[in-house]
Structure formats: structure tokens, C-alpha cells
Design a protein around this ligand. Sequence first.
Ligand code: HEC
Length: 112
Amino acid sequence: MKTRFALVLALSLSATVYAEDTSADIWKAKCKSCHGEDGKAKTKMGEKEKIPDMSNPDWKKRHSDEKIRDAITNGSKDNAKMKPFKDKLTPEQIDGLVKYIRDLPETAAPAK
Ligand code: HEC
């Protein structure tokens, strides 16, 4: 009885939760080691390679979805540490990551 309830619940939730869950899972598995859980790149690799804080509103403004998608798909032309993921992720998964990066909680805008 309990199992069946859980199954029904899981099925009814899966349509809405699935996409986001997988992006977060992929982020944790493949991106977090360099970019950090929060996208701020406060990691060893982040400091060494001066990876930008992708949660920063200014960064987001300067990077269109297209640009972000291109960086994930084809890697960065400026830094080979950012590898192309086109052979490792599907276009749908990459789209999910673009959205995930867009939705990273923003840092306070820098005082100017
Ligand atoms: C081995 C470390 C490493 C991993 C793992 C990694 N990245 Fe990066 N990433 C970098 C570095 C270094 C840069 C900075 C590149 C540059 O300066 O152009 C970068 C830059 C980026 C950029 C911005 C490119 C730009 O135009 O400024 C995006 C978007 C990005 N990464 C997404 C991801 C996603 C999504 C993943 C996981 C699927 C990921 N990265 C995994 C190292 C990594």
C-alpha cells in the first residue's frame, strides 16, 4: 500500500521536478568541482583559473543564453580547462544547465 502511494506520488511529481533535478545533478557531478555549488567558483580551480562568478548579475547581463550554451557545448576559446561537453551531454541537458546557471541565486550587485 505504502509503496503504491509512493509510486503514484513519484509519477505525478516527475513531470515538473524531473528537468530541474537532473540539471542540479549534472551540475553537481560535472561542473561543481570547478564552478562551485553556487556558481561563484570559490574553488581551487576557480581561483587558479580566475573563473568568473556566474551568479553575478553583471556576468549574467553580459552573457546571453546563446553564449552560455556555446561555452558548455564547445568549451571556452580562452581557456582549455573549460572543455566542450557536446559529447557528454545532450542538447536538452545543456539547455537545462543554461537555465540552471541563469537561475543561480544572484550575489548582491557590486557597489559602484
Ligand atoms: C575542470 C574545470 C571545469 C569544469 C569541470 C567545468 N568548467 Fe566551466 N569553466 C572553467 C573555466 C576555467 C572557465 C573560464 C573560461 C574562460 O575564462 O574563458 C569556465 C567557464 C565557463 C562558462 C563561461 C564561459 C564564458 O564565456 O565566460 C560557462 C557557461 C561554464 N564554464 C559552464 C560550465 C558547465 C555548465 C559545466 C558542467 C557541465 C562546467 N562549466 C564545467 C572550468 C570548468
